[in-house]
Design a protein around this ligand. Structure first.
Ligand code: ADP
Ligand code: MG
Length: 257
């Protein structure tokens, strides 16, 4: 599977949210999108999943324009995990994950659908919560339900919007370990996140967005002090330890120290 984005642009009524974004990914790629608040990260994911109907640019899956692919077929290839604080209708955990089977269901739910959902509930430690209303779950539990629902679609490409926001350290690592396993299985993973240090441990590709434009793109090498300071208006220090790069924000003045 090859995902190609060419000169993608998107505007809300007043705001240009994305302009001329291009990149290419293939099987097993784990890409992180970083950038300040409002730089277009969520808009990019929503254009990819066709939640937003972009008018400029081309998105292709193995050379085929995604606008030519039916929504049902597209949702067997690409799945989106929203930010966990987005509003949800009351629904049980089991039924929420079963919604991910919708692109496959012909006349009714089959034994195979039930088996896939049951296995995903087990994999994400959700079996004991199967009958609970999703709105009564903690942030971390909800996040796992959304991930399970997305995987029920058996996609080739997984899009996740800030999957680690507000999670404790254990659950942050757990989500990223799961995503790394999926990338090893050949999925393309695209994730937005603010914790660059965590992202650096897992991604092999990255893009930086600034005001809707591509500020930098490539591999981990784009996380230079200059790029990060320019992108976020910070003063960071880069530390290398055990073959791993760490980005440490620095205090700007020492007046009180
Ligand atoms: P990020 O996810 O990087 O924080 P977004 O993609 O959410 O950024 O937003 C990009 C820009 O588009 C921002 O200027 C934001 O205010 C604007 N925007 C986002 N959603 C909407 C919307 N539904 N209507 C109008 N403007 C929006
Ligand atoms: Mg966002």
């Amino acid at each position: 599977m090859r995902l190609t984005i060419n000169n993608l642009s998107y505007s809300y009524k007043q705001t240009i949210a994305l302009s001329n974004v291009s990149f290419t990914l293939s099987n097993g790629d784990f890409m992180v999108i970083v950038g300040p608040n409002g730089s277009g990260k969520s808009t990019l994911l929503k254009c990819l999943d066709r939640i937003l109907k972009y008018k400029q640019g081309l998105i292709q899956l193995d050379g085929e324009d995604i606008k030519q692919i039916s929504p049902r077929t597209l949702s067997r290839k690409m799945a989106y995990v929203p930010q966990k604080d987005e509003y949800t209708m009351p629904n049980s955990v089991f039924d929420t994950v079963m919604l991910g089977r919708k692109p496959y269901i012909e006349w009714g739910i089959t034994a195979q659908d039930i088996q896939i959902v049951t296995e995903l509930l087990q994999r994400f430690d959700l079996s004991s919560l199967a009958m609970r209303d999703i709105n009564t779950l903690s942030g971390g539990q909800k996040q796992r339900v959304y991930l399970a629902r997305a995987l029920a679609q058996q996609p080739d490409i997984l899009l996740l919007d800030e999957p680690t926001a507000n999670l404790d350290l254990f659950h942050q690592s757990e989500i990223l370990e799961n995503l790394a396993t999926l990338a090893n299985e050949g999925l393309i993973i695209i994730v937005t996140m603010h914790d660059i240090n965590l992202a650096l441990q897992y991604c092999n590709k990255a893009i930086m967005l600034s005001n809707g434009s591509l500020f930098a793109s490539g591999g981990k090498e784009i996380f230079t002090k200059d790029n990060i300071d320019d992108l976020f208006g910070t003063t960071v220090k880069i530390v290398n330890h055990d073959n791993q790069t760490y980005i440490l924000p620095q205090r700007k003045n020492n007046i009180r120290s």
